[in-house]
Design a protein around this ligand. Structure first.
Ligand SMILES: NC(=O)c1ccc[n+]([C@@H]2O[C@H](COP(=O)([O-])OP(=O)(O)OC[C@H]3O[C@@H](n4cnc5c(N)ncnc54)[C@H](O)[C@@H]3O)[C@@H](O)[C@H]2O)c1
Length: 262
């Protein structure tokens, strides 16, 4: 059964990683997918592989959202997936004491402004269609503090909160538009590459990152994409303003237990 048959679904940041995985799963569920990304060549490559549309979209630029709204004035699903950590180009300080205002703002421009602009566009485009589903990709970093990546954590926390404002606004307006957030833990994608490197200690670094994760491993792109399919589909018709963690149990509590003497 095609769970997203004929739904027009826009996915941001879909040239790689989780976004590309969501695009592939949506296409396999019968959706009409539009692969968007700031990287046009990457978006085109994914779209050609899947036989779908593509569109150059820098989510931080209002004029590009306006152009998207002209090209796709009525939609069923938007996945606000595009995101940056701030570590893509160089290892700059992102802690609360040393982060520069410019670096702080650059992360928020993509993660938070991009999600705000996306939701605003989607509400208009879904209002015309008679309903729809917005899925915002936040992070488990939006649920806890991350001292070394404070801008990323704050922007993801704001996405969680804005998701609920959008959900309540749409309900108030009598619109059949749902808005939910997803909070992945460590998912192995290109986003991790600058932090993992390709040196001899790569394996140890990976083990270190998931050391506290009850499931004991990184999550996969498909494990996030499958939850996105659920939220995008009509199966989740009574879900709005909800947050779903996909983190191998990391935010469930603590795995520490008192040790007993043998
Ligand atoms: N990988 C993880 O462990 C993890 C965990 C939690 C949340 N997330 C979130 O999942 C989303 C996808 O991350 P990923 O791991 O696939 O990363 P990724 O780096 O593989 O993909 C991110 C994509 O976003 C695009 N992008 C960057 N800036 C953009 C902009 N201004 N406009 C449009 N596109 C832009 C990039 O070109 C890239 O294709 C992000 O929002 C990220 O914060 C990832």
């Amino acid at each position: 059964m095609e769970r997203l048959r004929d739904k027009l679904c826009i996915i941001t940041g879909a040239a790689s990683g989780i976004g590309a995985g969501i695009a592939a799963r949506f296409a396999s569920e019968g959706a009409r997918v539009v692969v968007t990304d700031i990287k046009l060549a990457g978006a085109r490559a994914v779209a050609e592989r899947l036989g779908t549309d593509y569109f150059e979209l820098d989510v931080a630029r209002e004029d590009r959202w306006t152009a998207l709204a002209t090209a796709y004035s009525e939609i069923d699903v938007l996945v606000n997936n595009a995101g940056v950590t701030g570590f893509e180009n160089e290892a700059v300080a992102h802690d609360p004491e040393h982060a520069s205002l410019a670096d702080w703002r650059a992360v928020h421009a993509v993660n938070l402004d991009g999600t705000f602009l996306g939701c605003r566009y989607a509400i208009g485009a879904m209002r015309k269609k008679g309903g729809g589903s917005i899925v915002n990709i936040s992070s488990r970093s939006g649920l806890v503090g991350i001292p070394a990546a404070a801008a990323y954590a704050a922007s993801k926390a704001a996405i969680r909160n804005h998701t609920k404002s959008v959900a309540l606004y749409c309900a108030e307006q009598g619109l059949n538009i749902r808005c939910n957030s997803i909070h992945p833990g460590a998912i192995l994608t290109p986003m991790w590459e600058p932090m993992l490197g390709d040196g001899p200690d790569r394996k140890a670094r990976m083990a270190d990152i998931v050391a506290d994760t009850p499931a004991g491993r990184f999550g996969t792109i498909d494990e996030v994409a499958s939850v996105c399919v659920l939220l995008a589909s009509d199966e989740a018709a009574y879900m709005t303003g909800a947050e779903l963690t996909i983190d191998g149990g990391l935010t469930a509590g603590t795995a520490a237990r008192p040790q007993r003497d043998a």
